[in-house]
Design a protein. Sequence first.
Length: 243
Amino acid sequence: VMCLCPMDYYREGCFTPRPFECVTQLSFPTPSCRVESSGTIDSFDMKADGDPRCFAYRQEETIAVGVFLNCTFTDREEIQESIDALDSFDYWVRKPDLSFALSHVPDACYRFRFKPFNFNELFTDNSASREICLTGEHFEGQRLLTHSLSRSSIPDEMFQGKRIYMEAGVSPDDAPPGLDRNSPARLFFDFVDDEETFGPPPYEFPVIVTVLLILLAVAAAAILALWFMHHRDKAKRRLAKSD
């Protein structure tokens, strides 16, 4: 006998959570660069040049971030039966287009996390993180999630030069059953001095590359000098023979 299941459960006995994904979509700030479908940002090739300076702030400015969640089912097997019996179940979350729903009010918080990363302690340093208890409106994409950061509120060890890296997304440890794919927003923020421009960061050659270029230049100069001396001696010998 097939059971009639709420939208977020399916298969035999309605014990299997229906898989879904949550994508974090940036509302603000607006990046100062444009991402192309080819994987380039303006004339900046991310594969060759790394991540450009799309979010630049002066030292005294505050970073304000706002995002929305967009959650959708990734497997719609047998879902039509649940949609046809929509009024048979109560839902905590139900998007108007029926692309996502949750039927159980959680006993504890499902959490969203804004996390700046300390690359020396990736998993243990949460000193600058902020966690928010998610509501049904958040899961329906109807309520903004916000966070703010200032230069003074971020520990120095989280900086790589003048840059910090932050992810904003559903905390995998405190997520509803069925979360199959979690796509956080991945953001680089740069704190620049007044005299710096707000374009892509200038490329700096690694020290080893600089040393190699110098050695190559010295070697090329030595080869050129030897070639010149060799041809000069040959010319002198020819002149001596002609005399």
